[in-house]
Write a protein of this length. Structure first.
Length: 81
C-alpha cells in the first residue's frame, strides 16, 4: 500500500484527473479518495499572531507594566460594587 498526497481539480462535469508518479506501473489498483475541501483564503483576514512584533509603536512598552497601570486606574475610580 502507498499513500500519495496531491492536489487535484474537479471539473463542473464532476471529472477528476490526477498525474501519478512515474514509478506507478500500469495495471489494476484499488484506490481510496478522500475529499478534503480547501478553505478559501481571504486576503484581509489575519491571525493575531501574524501581527506580533510588527506594530512598532508598542516596541518600548512592557505589556505587564502597562496592564498593571491600567488596573490601578480602575482601582482609583472608587466605583461602588
Amino acid at each position: 500500500m502507498r499513500i500519495i498526497e496531491t492536489k487535484a481539480n474537479i471539473t463542473e462535469d464532476h471529472l477528476l484527473s490526477i498525474q501519478l508518479p512515474k514509478d506507478i506501473k500500469a495495471g489494476q489498483y484499488q484506490i481510496a479518495i478522500i475529499i478534503n475541501s480547501q478553505p478559501e483564503q481571504q486576503p484581509h483576514q489575519h491571525q493575531l499572531n501574524q501581527l506580533a512584533g510588527k506594530i512598532r509603536a508598542f516596541n518600548n512598552i512592557d505589556p505587564v507594566t502597562w496592564q498593571q497601570k491600567i488596573r490601578s486606574e480602575w482601582d482609583e475610580t472608587k466605583l461602588p460594587n
